[in-house]
Ligand binder design. Structure first.
Ligand code: KIV
Ligand code: NA
Length: 273
């Protein structure tokens, strides 16, 4: 059963959010019983092969969001607004959000940052019935301006900005706030101060929920584990080994087997000779 925003906000247990980008990923997440699915613009990195989220378009998010919704009809679905779609004024942001909600069936949108401009957008959207999840700390869409993909809020000025930003997002109407790559003690303080749930990634264990990029937790890419993620499977290795086994059998003429093949009657075949 899909949980409502008040149910999510009052959850006694830590909230579980994972990303999904396609139909099978959504099926798996829903079958696993997660509380929220995020169609993250991490799509750009883990699915589309870009080296940042900046090239991801609204059309990309809608295309993948629709596939996810088809695979997860009964899970609360959040779709990221991509870079550039909510930075040119509240009117454009509202249009982008309405397209996402109408065309994907998402329950909410997420956007990064807590500048005065973003807060105005969050206020306008929430007042007009579009639930918004906020996102502070490391904000990958503007990571270049943040000095790269690194921990945010380590000094008092940065920490203050994150705390005040999260509080302002709640004031503006956000129903939850993602805290990405911030010190665990700062995330704990923000979580205590906020009335709405915090959802952490690289933000310690004291957030009200956790989110991971599914490709990280599945180990879709072989190689080093990221500091902020735990790998619960080795899907990349399993996938590569399966394709290698298939290739070996094709070359050895061991696949397809008899069981994989279709038969016809001898007399039908005889007529062809
Ligand atoms: O795009 C994404 O996957 C995200 C999560 C990491 C929060 O924004
Ligand atoms: Na994102």
């Amino acid at each position: 059963m899909k949980r409502s925003i008040p149910e999510l906000q009052q959850s006694a247990q830590a909230l579980v959010m994972v990303t999904a980008y396609d139909y099978p990923g959504a099926r798996h997440a829903e079958a696993a019983g997660v509380d929220l699915i995020l169609v993250g613009d991490s799509l750009g990195n883990v699915v589309l092969g870009y080296d940042s989220t900046a090239p991801v378009t609204l059309a990309d998010m809608i295309h993948h969001g629709r596939a996810v919704r088809r695979g997860a009809k009964d899970t609360f679905l959040v779709v990221d607004l991509p870079f550039g779609t909510y930075h040119t004024g509240t009117h454009d942001a509202m249009r982008a959000a309405v397209r996402v909600i109408q065309e994907t069936g998402a329950d909410a949108v997420k956007m990064e940052g807590a500048s005065p401009e973003i807060l105005e957008v969050v206020g306008t959207l929430t007042r007009n019935g579009v639930p918004v999840m906020g996102h502070v700390g490391l904000t990958p869409q503007t990571a270049t301006a943040q000095g790269g993909l690194k921990v945010q809020g380590k000094d008092d000025e940065g920490a203050r900005r994150i705390l005040d930003g999260a509080l302002a997002l709640e004031q503006a109407g956000a129903f939850a706030v993602v805290l990405e790559t911030v010190p665990a003690r700062l995330a704990r303080l923000v979580s205590e101060r906020l009335g709405v749930p915090t959802i952490g990634i690289g933000a310690g264990v004291h957030c009200d929920g956790q989110v991971l990029v599914t490709h990280d937790l599945l180990g879709v890419y072989e190689g080093e584990e990221k500091k902020i993620a735990k790998r619960y499977a080795e899907v990349g290795r399993t996938s590569r080994e399966a394709i290698e086994a298939y290739a070996r059998e094709v070359r050895a003429r061991e696949f397809p087997r008899k069981d994989n093949s279709f038969v016809m009657k001898d007399e039908v075949l005889d007529k062809l000779y």
